[in-house]
Ligand binder design. Sequence first.
Ligand SMILES: [Ca+2]
Ligand SMILES: [Ca+2]
Length: 176
Amino acid sequence: MGALLDQKYEKLFSLLDTNGDGVIAEDDFELMAGRVLAASREEDTQKGKKYAGEMMNYWRALRSSADADGDGRIDREEFRRALRQVSDTFDTLVGPLYHAGFHLADRNDDGLVGREDFVVVLAAIGVPATEAGATFDRLTEGNGQLAKDQLMTAATQYYCDEDPANTASHLLFGTL
Ligand SMILES: [Ca+2]
Ligand SMILES: [Ca+2]
């Protein structure tokens, strides 16, 4: 597996280690879900609960596939090894969280997400706002509205794809 995937998994690890203690554990997901819901003011809504639920599902699926030594914490090496297998399980492991994130950011439920709402969510998971804005512009090719298919393509390619031409997907969470 190539260096590009490893760079992306490293970036993802840094974001998911929300409290920065060098391992990914349940408390990181609780912290991140709390930040996203607070930033989008969806703490008590159906969408917010759905997102928080998917965050915990992601954690449980990740733990069951990645936590090789069973200590409830996932270190960098365990994470990288697990994500290399992810193309087989993307739809169940990763897809639902991105669906829920999209619906959270689609504030008026018209199937499109605007720049500002996208930036709020990405900033809440730790991507600097200027980089999140640039991500949005790349994904939408400057069109100003993000469709769910565009996000799902980017997410799939972020986890599974090594073609250097798909820059917009590789930079989904900002610079590598
Ligand atoms: Ca952590
Ligand atoms: Ca919308």
